[in-house]
Ligand binder design. Structure first.
Ligand code: SF4
Ligand code: SF4
Length: 428
């Protein structure tokens, strides 16, 4: 009977999760291409260093250590969760125990990490609610963002408590148990006085609570900032390999320039069926690339980027965290309508001006501090430059000082208001 209940619950979980994943896949389909994904060796190396070894997280030693321990603990505990799913389907008990020493290491590590993570989650909750950590606040973080973060933390805490409870009462109910449980084995003797039925009942309550929480958590994640649990590793893997600050050329502009410089060669080199882009830069969500969107899904809202942004520190409107959050927010507002009604759908709003002010876009110094600091290799400046490209190339809307510079470059080949013929006049 319990096997049937488990299989039904698992089927519902997989069904709902597949539905959410399909909706996200459809949103990816309306994004633009970014760059070709090559150099798999380099990408794997980067993923190991940045994602699995959590290299950037340790730049902040205390918070970094806490977060890295939670991440590594989760990876170990994940193996135990897979075992629970197999046990649930097959009606077995600790099916992976035949792995011997490997099993002992994984389950023993998972047992220790369950307590460590539960403790660290309490610290995270205190940091969020009691300590006034600057980076965890900001005008872009509304009440619902804080509630989302606290709910996810509470859920992780309950997951760890039920895991510990499951381990303790498994030991208490089995004099010769499988696996190693360094911490739970110390606690289990406290419950020696309980009857065998009670011990088994409490174990089962913890087992079912734990697995149901996993099912609920997995389905809540796509709608939470904690979706980064799924998206952070792919985001690091797909992150740009070119040096930060290196701007991508716009093919159509490159062609225009080549045409000006050498019309014959440029015409000859133009591939057939070459069509000009529908829009230069980014105005709204249909102009973002798949990389911009995956960045927004991976963002943990940790605020490390904003905390190092010179524009933000000096009181400007700009917050790189807000920019990344705006992509996800706008995709949620408009993306499903584009999927349903086609790319001509309009709600009369846009990313620029309705969500991101021009003032924010022009406040960026393109220093790349945000991109260097982001633990998930999110590339904010490239997105900001694309917003600027739209303003300049589609609307000729740049701050007056920049417009003067553009005009000088066009007329004089230099940013100053003198002809480049006169550039040596100063020597006289
Ligand atoms: S963009 Fe990166 S650094 Fe900024 S809040 Fe998101 S995850 Fe943190
Ligand atoms: S690149 Fe722009 S957004 Fe990023 S830290 Fe520098 S000024 Fe801030």
């Amino acid at each position: 009977m319990s096997q049937v209940v488990f299989i039904v619950l698992l089927a519902i979980t997989l069904g709902v999760f597949s539905f959410s994943a399909f909706k996200i896949y459809q949103l990816f389909k309306i994004t633009k291409p970014a760059y070709p994904v090559r150099d798999f060796g380099k990408r794997i190396k980067r993923t190991i260093i940045n994602a699995f070894l959590q290299e950037r997280i340790f730049r902040n030693p205390i918070a970094g250590f806490l977060h890295a321990m939670v991440f590594w603990g989760f990876l170990l505990i994940l193996v135990g969760s897979i075992e629970m799913v197999v046990d649930g389907i097959a009606g077995t008990d600790r099916v992976l125990a035949s792995l011997g020493l490997v099993y002992d290491l994984i389950i023993g590590g998972g047992d220790v990490f369950a307590y460590i993570i539960a403790l660290f989650i309490i610290v995270f909750i205190i940091r969020r609610t009691v300590l006034n950590i600057n980076r965890l606040h900001g005008k872009e973080l509304q009440k619902k963002n804080h509630i989302d973060a606290l709910l996810a933390l509470t859920m992780i805490f309950l997951l760890m408590i039920t895991l510990a409870g499951m381990n303790i009462f498994y030991i208490a109910g089995h004099p010769s148990y499988e696996g190693v449980f360094p911490v739970s084995a110390l606690i289990a003797p406290i419950f020696n006085g309980l009857s065998s039925d009670s011990v088994h009942l409490i174990h089962d309550i913890n087992w079912w609570s734990h697995i149901i929480l996993i099912f609920i958590f997995a389905n809540a994640l796509p709608y939470s900032k904690h979706f980064h649990i799924f998206m952070s590793i792919p985001n690091v893997f797909f992150s740009r390999l070119t040096p930060l600050g290196k701007m991508t050329n716009m093919d159509s502009i490159t062609k225009e320039v080549k045409l000006m410089m050498n019309p014959e060669t440029a015409f000859a080199a133009a591939p057939e069926g070459d069509t000009p882009p529908e829009r230069f830069g980014i105005l709204d969500i249909e102009d973002v690339t798949w990389k911009n969107y995956i960045d927004s899904l991976a963002c943990t809202q940790c605020g490390r980027c904003t905390s190092v942004c010179p524009a933000n520190i000096t009181g400007k409107e700009l917050s790189p965290r807000k920019m990344v959050m705006n992509i996800r927010q706008r995709m949620k507002m408009k993306g499903p309508h584009i999927v349903k009604e086609g790319k001509d759908y309009s709600d009369g709003k846009a990313l620029i001006r309705d969500l991101i002010k021009e003032e924010e876009i022009w406040a960026c110094t393109t220093c790349n501090a945000c991109a260097k600091e982001c633990p998930l290799n999110i590339d904010h400046p490239t997105f900001i430059l694309d917003l600027r490209r739209y303003l300049v190339m589609e609307e000729s809307s740049a701050p007056a000082q920049l417009n003067a510079i553009f005009a000088n470059i066009e007329n004089n080949g230099a940013p100053w208001q003198y002809s480049n013929q006169d550039r040596l006049n100063w020597t006289e």
